[in-house]
Design a binder for this molecule. Structure first.
Ligand code: RBF
Length: 161
């Protein structure tokens, strides 16, 4: 066939092993995002036995904990989840920027797709909205990104172009 071809990941994740790395700060919201991510993985074919949740203290530790998990254990994909609330921390800008750059360099340096499911909000209302109510559940969205990327990596590795 002539013309452009397009390769994109499917949303089927049967047989994949996935690590969820989640902070404990603002635990109520983090838990809702973890639950959303787990259910989304299962909906797309991942067995519950193949999902492991690793807890770290807060967003600042997400990248280092995820790095340890993906380098020392065998997972096909990882999902980083955390909640940063501006009202609760004057360190907000610092922690959010190191969290984002840490997770981003992790996914560049390793072969395993790592998704960014950190919500950075101004107040509790926004945290409620983004962890499972009005604005959806960012844990679900991060899970979907990892599902798609695991499949995309498989296709790239299989030589699809
Ligand atoms: N971690 C989070 O995941 N979310 C937060 O909103 C958050 N706020 C913090 C506010 C302050 C003032 C400090 C010192 C830490 C905060 N942390 C937060 C924890 C941080 O990510 C990390 O776990 C700790 O600083 C220990 O390294």
């Amino acid at each position: 066939m002539s013309g452009n071809s397009e390769v994109s990941g499917s949303l089927v994740a049967t047989g994949k092993r996935v690590a969820i790395i989640a902070g404990r700060w603002n635990e109520f919201f983090c838990d809702a995002m973890v639950k959303g991510a787990v259910e989304e993985l299962v909906r797309h074919g991942v067995s519950r036995d193949d999902i492991s949740v690793f807890r770290c203290p807060g967003c600042f530790e997400l990248a280092s904990a995820a790095k340890r998990v993906i380098t020392r254990q065998s997972f096909d994909g990882a999902i980083c989840l955390g909640v940063l609330i501006r009202g609760a921390t004057p360190h907000f800008d610092y922690i959010s920027s190191v969290t984002a750059s840490g997770i981003s360099s992790l996914s560049l340096e390793h072969d395993v797709p790592v998704s960014f499911g950190v919500i950075t909000v101004d107040n509790l209302d926004q945290a409620i909205e983004r962890s499972g109510s009005k604005a959806g559940n960012k844990g679900v969205e991060a899970a979907l990104a990892t599902i798609e990327m695991m499949s995309l990596y498989d296709k790239i590795d299989a030589g699809e172009s």
